[in-house]
Design a protein around this ligand. Structure first.
Ligand code: PLP
Length: 502
């Protein structure tokens, strides 16, 4: 074990250089005076190449990521990103094209886009797909704007409400509110389905639509989805499908066949494109023909083997620059083509099998909110027998000491002390067994030595964090004085800091 930890920050020293600009290959031209910098370039760090490389490598080693361990976050589908995607996305014909090129010079890229639209439409049972939105939440925004445009176009201007089951992902009500609708919450029945009586009581001439995540955020397939759709449609409303949990039903159920009019896909969940720090992602959307005229654009079309793009006539408009995150299209396309129809179905079968394996191996110790066959994720509760002082947060933090990223906690909010686990199909039985063993040992420790849980994590670079403070008073850039303030250190300037010795 090495004890010397070189510093990560405060490394700058005047005159150190880590990069060299190449000789210019073009004639030098004088820039207009008003574009020239007049003051000195000050305040930039000055470092050697070695220091920069070590800085970023060390920081990367402190990061827990899908390439280093299991990441059982529920409602996220954090599966591994097949490395062949990167080979495909890096092919010069995809990587070095420019979005302003003429359609005629990028036919291959347009064809891939067109084919991906068609594949997603086929997999989900919709008629038209648009790949423009950059995230699931933006796909939702597109969908609810489309619902509004559709109703208004028919002169149906009394519909100012969107129904959201209380098991919905937070983005659903947020989306409806952002578009300007009133959000009406629908209860969940004892089996974890939409409560039909509550739905019947709240649906009506003011209903623009219902947003349903299916499988829902309890990890359950709504057994009454046909009936929910019929009730909403009978009232003149539309069915929005939140497809973030598509990972559970690929090749088994097509949302377009069970009553949904519109849906978003998270290519960065179901179709293994990287999640990358909030982006770039792709929240593609699909819909039935009658809603297609309102879709965002551009959409790629084919005519006589020529590919071009167009924006539908009554489009809600553009949501993203150019055609969207094209690099993600290449990755998702590669994934779907590599697996084929049978492979896609196998994904879901294994994702569901893995989640149920965890459920069955853990439900004697961790109560399961709705203990019936789940889909690709399972919602446990951190309420352990004989350990009244232990909470879900303690269990999650202790998992870090066992080398696992914690699952999603305290979501869904409708379940007390929820622990939402999505193993995905890409974890081996050996990994699942190790995770189960850790969860079972934590349940024992909770009774026998609860301080181990209360003090966790002990092996991570940082201990228990002030999570409320981090959310309410975030420090979003490196600020030595603020960091010292937080730690209660006296030194507040660089001069007063202990200098590293080499
Ligand atoms: C992740 C998720 C979303 C939001 O998708 P983003 O791509 O993160 O914007 C919406 N609904 C559900 C159920 C999700 O899991």
């Amino acid at each position: 074990m090495h004890t010397y930890e070189p510093p990560i920050f405060e490394l700058s020293g005047a005159g150190k250089i880590g990069a060299w600009l190449p000789e210019t290959g073009v004639p030098e031209t004088a820039l207009p005076a008003d574009l020239l910098r007049t003051d000195d370039l000050a305040g930039l760090p000055e470092l050697s190449e070695t220091e920069v490389v070590r800085h970023f490598t060390r920081i990367s080693q402190r990061n827990f990521c899908i390439d280093t361990g299991m990441y059982p976050l529920g409602s996220c589908t954090m599966k591994y990103n097949p490395k062949i995607h990167e080979d495909a996305a890096r092919m010069p014909g995809f990587a070095f094209i420019h979005p302003l090129q003429e359609d005629t010079s990028v036919q291959g890229a347009l064809r891939l886009t067109y084919d991906l639209q068609a594949l997603l439409a086929e997999i989900s049972g919709f008629d038209q797909v648009c790949l423009q939105p950059a995230a699931g939440a933006q796909g939702e925004f597109a969908g609810i704007l489309v619902f509004r445009a559709y109703h208004l176009d028919r002169g149906d201007d009394q519909r100012d409400e969107v129904l959201c089951p209380n098991s919905a992902h937070g983005t659903n009500p947020a989306t409806a509110a952002m578009v300007g609708f009133k959000v009406v919450e629908i209860a969940t029945d004892p089996r974890g389905n939409v409560d039909l009586a509550d739905l019947r009581a709240k649906v009506g001439p003011r209903t623009a639509g219902l947003m349903l995540t299916n499988p829902n955020t309890l990890g359950l397939f709504d057994e009454n989805v046909h009936e929910v759709a019929a009730i909403v449609h009978d009232a003149g409303g539309l069915m929005y499908g939140d497809g973030a949990n598509f990972n559970a039903i690929l090749g088994i159920v097509r949302p377009g066949d069970v009553g949904f009019d519109f849906m978003h896909y998270n290519l960065h969940k179901t179709f293994t494109t990287p999640h990358g720090g909030g982006g770039p992602g792709c929240g593609a959307v699909g819909c039935k023909t009658f809603l297609a005229p309102y879709l965002p654009g551009p959409i790629v079309v084919e005519n006589d083997d020529q590919y071009s793009s167009f924006t539908p006539e009554k489009s809600i408009g553009r949501l993203k620059t150019f055609k969207g995150n094209f690099g993600m299209f290449v990755r998702a396309y590669t994934y779907i083509r590599m697996l084929g129809a049978a492979g896609l179905r196998e994904i879901s079968e294994n994702a569901v099998l893995n989640a149920n394996y965890l459920r069955v191996k853990l439900h004697d110790l961790y109560p399961v909110a709705y203990d019936r066959t789940c889909m690709h994720e399972v919602v446990l509760q951190g309420k352990l027998k004989g350990a009244p002082d232990i909470h879900t947060l303690d269990i999650a933090k202790r998992l870090i000491d066992f080398g696992f990223h914690p699952p999603t906690v305290y979501f869904p909010i409708s379940v007390a002390e929820s622990i939402m686990i999505e193993p995905t199909e890409t974890e081996s039985k050996r990994n699942l067994d190790a995770f189960i063993a850790a969860m079972r040992q934590i349940a024992r420790e909770a009774v026998e030595s609860p301080e181990l849980l209360h003090n966790a994590p002990t092996t991570a670079p940082v201990r228990r964090l002030d999570e409320v403070g981090a959310a309410r008073k975030p420090i979003l850039k490196y600020d030595r004085a603020a960091i010292n303030g937080l730690r209660g250190d006296k030194a507040t300037t660089d001069d007063q800091l202990e200098q590293p010795t080499y």
